[in-house]
Design a protein around this ligand. Structure first.
Ligand code: FEO
Length: 425
């Protein structure tokens, strides 16, 4: 169902003037789009002005301008609102500004940087708005709500107060192209709504909850997102679904005062497995830490991603093969882009034959994901000695102590420092 419609009135005075992209099969490299997508743009006519809310990807600008011209003249446009500056919504903006030079542009404070990079004109004029600010179109009022990190720092939503129409940007959107446009007319798009949330919004769960606290009291009668179906049937059920999706998936059964440490390992000859066992044993000696041990050899990543999202610390054990950590470890590490991990502690360990690079590489990756790596990793050549297993127990113990906050502070005396300096002289 992808026959392109003309501009479509979604509520009195407000038209959808976006573009359909049914052939798209991959968005931003990382998202699969089995049903293509839409770039939704809207035209709002008030008694004293016309507003355009968002534009479309540059390649689809002709389609957008054709629909716009069906419902408004360029010289009538007094307001342009960009809820989000990613190019799929701002691609036609420079041309729209050229055709409607009198229109005033409204963006969030964080969007300024992007705007200047997108619209390369001198003395660019625009208005910065934040939650509570509004602009009048006579009998229609556009009110702005800052919803940062859903999913860029710049994102905001815009409400037509008198009609309860919420233009929500990427929030409550999905990649699903169906020319019937409305959620009560299009095919079943639930899988796409969930997939979009998991891949775009999930890493920003705390911001989702903040945004919901701002948007739920508005009780919108219609939600008009920037992608996918327009939500006119039970719009608030989509907010409720976001609240469910943003809730912790797994509850810490060990109690709110217990920290959770997950130790993942994979082992060719059982040596890294021995080290993992020792790390877990060491961590278990610390009160108030629940330790879980998992073999990555025969398990998928997704259940572990859910576990990691709720954990306080994660340790990875990998052998070094051809100068690298092994693929199951990298697969799980790359899946962590789906969740927030920056508040966690990390560690690495592993057995190796010749070079042992895996440990540093894993530590670097953990730091790259903004985890804190408070304890230096442990490497052991082939079969770990008792001393090396002792170091693994220490690693587990210290990591657990960092989690509980019971870490012993090292006191370095001036004599120690002077001795070290002399040794390096
Ligand atoms: Fe649909 Fe974040 O752009």
């Amino acid at each position: 169902m992808t026959r392109a419609p003309d501009a479509v009135e979604i509520a009195p005075g407000t038209h959808w003037i976006g573009a359909l992209d049914p052939a798209l099969r991959e968005f931003d490299i990382i998202l699969k789009t089995a049903n293509g997508t839409t770039y939704n743009s809207y035209c709002v006519r008030g008694s004293d002005g016309v507003a355009i809310i968002d534009t479309v990807k540059a390649a689809h600008a002709d389609e957008f301008f054709k629909r716009l011209e069906q419902v408004a003249r360029y010289d009538e446009i007094s307001v342009i609102v960009l809820n989000h500056l990613e190019p799929d919504h701002s691609g036609a903006l420079p041309e729209l500004m050229r055709r409607a030079p009198q229109a005033k542009l409204y963006i969030s404070a964080k969007a300024q940087l992007m705007l200047k990079a997108l619209v390369r004109v001198a003395n660019l004029e625009y208005n910065v708005v934040q939650t509570g600010d509004h602009v009048s179109l006579g009998d229609r009022t556009l009110r702005f709500f800052s919803t940062p990190f859903l999913h860029w720092p710049d994102t905001q939503c815009t409400l037509i107060e008198e009609q309860g129409i919420l233009f929500s940007g990427d929030v409550f959107g999905c990649h699903f192209c169906d020319a019937r446009l409305f959620n009560d007319k299009v095919g079943d798009f639930r899988f796409s709504f969930e997939y979009y949330y998991q891949h775009i919004m999930r890493p920003f769960r705390e911001y989702v909850l903040e945004a919901l606290s701002l948007l739920e009291p508005l009780e919108p009668k219609l939600i008009a997102p920037a992608h996918g179906p327009i939500l006119r049937d039970a719009p608030q059920s989509y907010m409720q679904r976001y609240r469910q999706l943003a809730a912790p998936l797994l509850h810490n059964e060990a109690g709110a005062n217990t920290k959770s440490l997950l130790v993942f390992y994979i082992s060719s000859y059982g040596n890294t497995a021995l080290m993992a066992q020792a790390v877990a044993e060491g961590a278990e000696t610390e009160e108030g830490v629940r330790v879980s041990l998992y073999d990555l050899q025969s398990s998928g990543d997704l259940p572990f991603v859910d576990l990691i999202e709720e954990a306080d610390g994660i340790a990875f054990g990998s052998p070094t093969i051809n100068g690298d950590a092994v693929k199951p470890v990298w697969d799980l590490l790359s899946s962590l882009a789906l969740i927030k991990v920056s508040d966690k502690l990390g560690a690495a360990f592993g057995s190796y034959g010749w070079s042992g690079e895996a440990i540093n590489m894993i530590e670097d990756r953990l730091r790259g994901l903004k985890l804190r790596v408070p304890v230096k990793g442990v490497r052991a050549r082939l079969i770990p000695t008792e001393e090396e297993l002792g170091k693994c127990r220490d690693l587990g113990k210290q990591l657990a102590q960092h989690l509980t906050g019971n870490i012993e502070r090292r006191v370095i005396s001036m004599t120690d420092l002077l001795t070290q300096e002399q040794a390096h002289a």
